[in-house]
Design a protein around this ligand. Structure first.
Ligand code: ADP
Ligand code: MG
Length: 539
């Protein structure tokens, strides 16, 4: 055929980037994201201030929080945000590490692409390197169990160093370990459900005023001010039905024609409520925590009987209360027996600023506890909460897997060293990719050094030398600028942080590298006529 017509499969106006250009574009976007969070890495990392359109600010050092709050549009950049989220969900910490690593993998890949190494080869080399890296990490890890509270506290301190909770990290670390050891369940495997640690925030005081309550804190006040403020040896009833007559069943119309009839009706209603309260008294309960409403008459009788009562407690708090106090949640007062009641050594109303809260303390062997986070301002409290969450996540993850490693750049340097050794067994271009991976691992110690204002070249040289001498835990003391034994220094992290960071960083880098065509898709995925914002799966 001679007179060949061009064939259009896309509208001429379609935005499309292909080949090398597509790679460059995606890599540039991903690198920018990594660059943004990079300065926050490590104890000497800086914080970011995020300001939204209404002027609300968040001050944080936490990778995933920064990325979630930023308005990221570029698709490849969004993929990097996903890495942070995966890391957050899987471990709860190490989000900056994962993103910085992914950015560096892509940056090094770009150099290889410029040297005419095909992306497919890089992808393959990275995959091999990632597997080796994970093996090295597993081999170098040390065992840990719940009796090693000393090391567990070090894990918590490492997680919080340089974060909002810095000032009182020793105290908070002890509380975090204590909290985990209360809720841990050891069956065929170790179960740690972090939902059983309630985090309650209150502005006021300083972070050092934070406290761990062996029980539950509820931001609720007694339904009647004449109820006692303090109950020792509390027998707690958890009730998930209302203490009132206005239930749908009883809300029927009655016709009253004489004053006597009205009085009789009211007397009858009052008697029903009084009977309910008497059933509670008879069970021996002196605290009632009710999920539903409590009407005035019931409040009056409960107050007269000296029962500490709260109402409208939410579902998740009810579950936690049951776990903390050992109570069974009761729906029907006719079935109530004293075995259903839970126990707490002390229930008290406590003034918190201008509110009254309820503290259910000293539970016997509680399976749910509360971390009360204090701090001078909202920003301090929020950032302290994020730091505590990181600490809890790290302790949990260390215990679940039973493996820990030293941080401060030690593991990454050791992985890089092993990868370089391994690369000699490969030929040609794959070897280049594995070497590029090894170099990328060193972005972590390099960044730790840079953020501490140290000379990265000097430090990295010294660090590598120690590792060549067989010192696998050699890491950077960012406070003195020396290469030290990071294990002895007490910089300890769960193995899972490191493995997950390598895994997800490689996955996203490879996914981005495999893309050689970016097409603006104009197709609307919604079936015709469906309004915007509606998910077709919902139909
Ligand atoms: P991420 O979001 O990745 O957890 P962080 O800002 O928490 O980022 O920094 C974690 C890094 O800081 C890890 O590489 C960890 O080993 C390192 N690190 C933590 N504490 C210290 C310390 N005291 N000295 C040196 N490095 C530390
Ligand atoms: Mg961290």
């Amino acid at each position: 055929m001679t007179n060949q017509q061009p064939i259009y499969i896309l509208p001429e106006s379609a935005i499309r980037t292909k080949g090398r250009e597509a790679h460059r574009n995606n890599i540039a976007a991903a690198k920018l994201v990594a660059e943004t969070v990079r300065t926050t890495l490590g104890p000497k990392g800086m914080d970011k201030m995020l300001v939204d359109s209404s002027g609300d600010i968040i001050i944080t050092n936490d990778g995933v929080t920064i990325l979630e709050e930023m308005q990221i549009e570029h698709p490849a950049a969004k993929m990097l945000v996903e890495v942070a989220k995966t890391q957050e969900n899987e471990v709860g910490d190490g989000t900056t590490t994962a993103v910085v690593l992914a950015g560096e993998l892509l940056k090094n890949a770009e150099d290889l692409i410029d040297k005419e190494v095909h992306p497919t080869v890089i992808v393959k080399g990275y995959r091999i390197a990632s597997e080796i890296a994970q093996k090295v990490l597993n081999t170098m890890a040390e065992d840990i169990n719940k009796d090693d509270t000393d090391t567990l506290e070090k894990i918590a301190i490492t997680a919080m160093t340089g974060k909002g909770a810095e000032a009182s990290k020793e105290k908070l670390a002890k509380m975090a370990v204590h909290a985990i050891l209360k809720i841990i369940e050891i069956k065929e495997k170790i179960i740690i459900d972090l939902d059983n640690i309630k985090l309650e925030k209150k502005i006021g005081g300083g972070t050092e005023d934070s406290e761990l309550v062996e029980g539950i804190i509820l931001d609720k006040e007694r339904v009647h001010s004449s109820m006692p403020r303090l109950i020792k040896d509390a027998k707690i009833l958890l009730l998930d039905s209302a203490l009132e007559l206005k239930g749908p069943e009883t809300d029927t119309k009655i016709s009253i024609t004489t004053p006597d009839q009205l009085q009789a009706f009211l007397d009858n209603e009052e008697k029903t409520i009084r009977d309910m309260v008497e059933k509670i008294v008879y069970s021996g309960a002196n605290v009632v925590l009710c999920q539903k409403g409590i009407d005035d008459v019931a409040q009056h009788f409960l107050a007269k009987r000296g029962i500490y009562t709260l109402r409208r407690i939410n579902d998740s708090d009810m579950t936690k209360l049951a776990k903390a106090t050992g109570a069974r949640i009761v729906s029907n007062l006719d079935d109530l027996s004293k075995e259903d009641l839970g126990y707490s050594g002390l229930v008290e109303a406590q003034k918190m600023g201008d509110e009254e809260w309820t503290f259910i303390r000293n539970c016997k062997n509680p399976k749910a506890v509360t971390f009360l986070v204090r701090g001078g301002t909202r920003h301090v409290v929020d950032e302290a909460e994020r730091a505590i969450k990181d600490a809890l996540g790290d302790i949990a993850s260390a215990l679940k897997q039973g493996k820990v490693v030293a941080g401060a750049g030690a593991t990454e340097t050791e992985v890089a060293r092993n990868l370089r050794k391994f690369s000699t067994t490969l030929s040609g271009r794959e070897q280049l990719a594995v070497l590029a991976f090894a170099d990328a691992m060193e972005v972590i110690p390099r960044t730790l050094a840079e953020n501490a204002g140290l000379d990265p070249i000097d430090i990295l040289t010294a660090l590598k030398q120690k590792h060549d001498e067989g010192k696998k835990w050699a890491g950077i003391d960012v406070f003195t600028g020396k290469v030290v034994d990071a294990w002895k220094m007490g910089v300890i992290e769960p193995l899972k942080i490191k493995v997950q960071a390598v895994k997800s960083a490689t996955e996203v880098a490879n996914m981005i590298l495999r893309i050689d065509d970016i097409i603006a898709s104009g197709k609307d995925a919604r079936p015709m006529g469906m309004p915007h914002g509606m998910n077709p799966d919902m139909m």
